[in-house]
Design a protein around this ligand. Sequence first.
Ligand code: ADP
Ligand code: MG
Length: 690
Amino acid sequence: MSGSLKSPVITMDTPLRYLKGVGERRAAQFERLGVDTVGALVRNIPRAYEDWSKLTAIPDAPFGEPCCIKAKAVEAPAEHRVRKGMTLYKFRASDGAAVMRVTLFNNKYAAAKVRAGEEYLFFGPVGGDFTHREMASPLIEPAEGGQRIRPIYRQTEGLSTRVIEGCVARALDALGAALDDDPLPAELRLRHGLCTRRFALENIHFPTSSETLAVARKRLVFEELLVLQLGLLRLKGRARSANAAVMAKDYSAEFYSLLPFSPTGAQRRAIADCLRDMQGDSPMSRLIQGDVGSGKTAVAAGVAYTAIRNGWQAALMAPTEILAEQHARSLSSLLAPGKIRVGLLTGSLPAAEKREVLARLADGEIDLLVGTHALLSEGVRFARLGLVVTDEQHRFGVGQRAELAAKGVNPHMLVMSATPIPRTLALIIYGDLDVSLLDELPPGRQPIETYAVRSDKRERAYNYVKKHIAEGRQAYIVCPLVEDEEGETDLASATEYAQKLAAGPFKGIALGLLHGRMKPAQKEQVMAAFARNELSILVSTTVIEVGVDVPNAVIMVIENAERFGLAQLHQLRGRVGRGKHKSTCILISDARNEEAVRRLKVMCSTNDGFKIADEDLKLRGPGDFFGSRQHGLPDLKIADLNGDMPLFLDAQAEARSLIAGDPELEHAEHLSLAQEVRRLFDQVTEQGLN
Ligand code: ADP
Ligand code: MG
């Protein structure tokens, strides 16, 4: 390079537009793939590979399967204009063993590069019959230097895998010595038989053989899992800090006397686990895992009660306004005799009320603050926060759980989740928590009967609903509109659907409508009216999916049930079967799609959330499960939790010993590892709520 034109120093953090050959326009395209820096580009690993390294002779090529053939163009391509807009380019190629015909469709550019007498690599499926072989639209490269394993990337409009490949090659080149900055110390690599980062990144993109690819992949999977585990252990690292909020006295007996029912054995055990934690040397980090309807709210209330009676404030965070309001309502009536002051904070609270809540909170006049992620906002200050509870933890990110805890000085942390997760995943996802299982339902619960019916049976389903309403019970009807990612629904059609029901089959029956686009005050009104049994039917979108608790509701009708995943169906069904009355779930669907039918069958055959989670995993595969934001962890880019389980265990053990020796990861040899941990977990906090 000439002296005066010095290119900028490229590091992993350099914005992509500064890389040679990537202008503003291309940088914007990369942005759509979530790639914004040079580091992100080289960490964006191929989704698959084309093996151009193994050559097949033309006579041996299997029909219809992609393979790589090295052959000489016998002639230059001849142009055939078939009709307007369709031009074919045809030529023959020979590899010495046989001759094949090659056809390119409308690809003048590729055809122009083929010269008679030159040798090329042709990649793609071979067709033809026993008398002749042919390739239609193969990929063509000059034979020279092309014989290798080639990466295939996730593409986006304007950004083909070949363009990405070129940029990656330039990035690796430009990074130069920066590639030798390895987050894994040499000694650690040696012990686990891992290659360097340079080797790994070069070979994950441009492997020289399938062996080097495997070596590169192993190293990157290990690094990813190690960083994940370190991040989780750092969260748990709180465990070693001192317990700032020791709960000197146990008030659970007093709490039990407030309950309108007697707690189950499992609830008592869970509360006792928590109290033991809170009386210990370090703050509690505990997960209460119990299937829908197992009574997690009472556990949270009991733990909060003791914390508050010991002089501390508690916070309870729920993922939706509907749920936060329900908790505030039921907890204030439950705890009122105990003189406990409950406050509610959601994003939609009028400014004046919000100011008042915040002032009372800061003055210590609110004992238990219930709310949505609004609890995380800047102005929320507690006088003496001793306990934070997150309900439906799988709807939050681990980062948000930590953010709430940061509102106090190492407060105790209790998280609740109903989403049962297969054991192997639980080990990872909740690796930083102690677990209490609520494995017992409150007494008198009867299993929910579930039926899948076709839409021609809808009339009968409605009659069934009417019969139960006549007996004083209530029902949910989940309307066929699925909310999109922002919680948007087609408001008009939700309203129309409810009106049709109210004017037709349910004429004369009090019917309410609930959907995500309603004003919060309206939502609250409808929900409260339903809870008081002033509405017999609640037509709703999936906004009622989590947490909603109206024990007198005994029928759940789900329209277009095939549109929902298993976890979601289980959660929706969990809105009934919460009291002493027998409950029924009716799944209406005309789907014939095999997977959908299978899901409905699973729902009809079991009420057990763990069995359903296992089936879910089988149907969707672990990659999908992990990427589905069911748990608020960062997406794993490369590790596959089924295949890489042994590697995971290695990484977990390594993470534990690293943290034991250097809890803050502040030794010189761990600094770049610590940076990787921050990078991964910052991304979780940014993702925010779903
Ligand atoms: P989830 O675990 O799904 O959050 P909830 O805490 O909402 O369940 O409880 C479901 C219902 O069961 C509520 O109506 C609650 O009042 C009731 N419940 C909880 N514990 C008991 C119990 N020990 N005996 C009887 N009813 C209970
Ligand atoms: Mg709940």
